[in-house]
Design a protein around this ligand. Sequence first.
Ligand code: NAD
Ligand code: DAU
Length: 352
Amino acid sequence: MTVLVCVGAGFIGSNFVRLRLREHEDEVVVLDKLTYAGREENFHDFSDDPGFRFVHGAIEDPQAVAGALEGGEEHPIEAIVNFAAETHVDRSIAEPDAFVRTHALGTYVLLEAARTLLKGAPHGGGRAGERGLRYVQVSTDEVYGSIEDGSFTEDSPLRPSSPYSATKTGADLLVASYFHTYGLPAAICRGSNNYGPYQYPEKLIPLMILNALHGDPLPVYGDGMQVRNWIHATDFGRAIGHVLEHGEPGEVYNAGGPDECPNIEVVRRIIELTGAEESLVEHVTDRPGHDRRYSLSSEKVRALGWEPRVRFAEGLEQTVAWYRENAWWWEPIRSGDYREYYERQYGRSLQA
Ligand code: NAD
Ligand code: DAU
């Protein structure tokens, strides 16, 4: 399959591209704007793969999208997977504008490009492969809001809380409208909290690992009893692949991890795995509008044959080991603009 991955230079996108090249031998074209979160370093082990092509550009730029879609007659694009997003909730609270642009305008431009590609295809998709062009929107459990007990299904009401989740919800609704109105064969895959290698250290797990390794304080928002449903990025990547290959157009599929854990427990486990001092834990002002708990029911994607493979305890241990062994990856981040972000967000500097 020839897949256009928008985008592949971030955390989950690069893990997905690696899986598709290695396990499926797909041809992959990556379109990415390379924001602070998108890094060519994430291609380090597959940039020479003959099946891989990178196009630098934004999804809200129709010319960049058209350039990425030009695959030639031999290798027409058969699928578009849209990972592109501003993804950090705290940044969406401080500066929502990029979230609106990428999620609303960017998704619209990609959907229009997909619609044009489909219209140009004989029999509504022959050129785009046997099953027709496929479009998968990568989304999040945050569109459902917070849940005290039980788990969200795909039919749960959409009640997003932050500018991040509200604009992701808007993108999902736009995708659904292109299926209903134009018949675009699009599906949506909503994941729970991802973790694993190559995650930018603004997010809870890599931030706590790197702070613990450097002896910096571990900033826990509020009481730390917020619960997240952790999924390893390779498990989420495989779920997206399942939706791409076996999902029904017009459907939504939740992909939640096998384990839930309160934040303070995640931090304690990281302290154990890094050998840091417990006294580094510092309870700080809570995030405004902080969702208390996320939990996804994934029965529908399981029915397609997907199962998560990595339990949280094992995945967290591997993730801590990866950050320990790959200072080449995070040192340029921790010594660059990230330091300024950290000072703005936490009101203090990183020590080392
Ligand atoms: P990330 O922050 O690591 O990477 C985002 C990527 O998007 C970067 O490569 C960046 O350069 C690129 N990008 C941003 N705006 C762009 C634009 N306008 N045009 C082109 N490229 C652009 O993101 P991630 O955590 O890997 O998340 C990927 C997707 O998965 C997002 O859609 C996110 O909503 C969703 N998701 C994330 C999680 C999670 O826990 N991280 C969980 C569920 C769903
Ligand atoms: O649920 C899926 C979502 O998971 C994705 O859609 C988002 O893109 C992704 O960023 C993530 O959102 P969260 O807000 O849940 O992730 P984050 O890593 O920012 O925070 C996880 C929890 O940890 C949350 O309850 C806030 C808390 N936290 C986070 C940071 C960065 C802290 O207590 N201290 C921190 O310094």
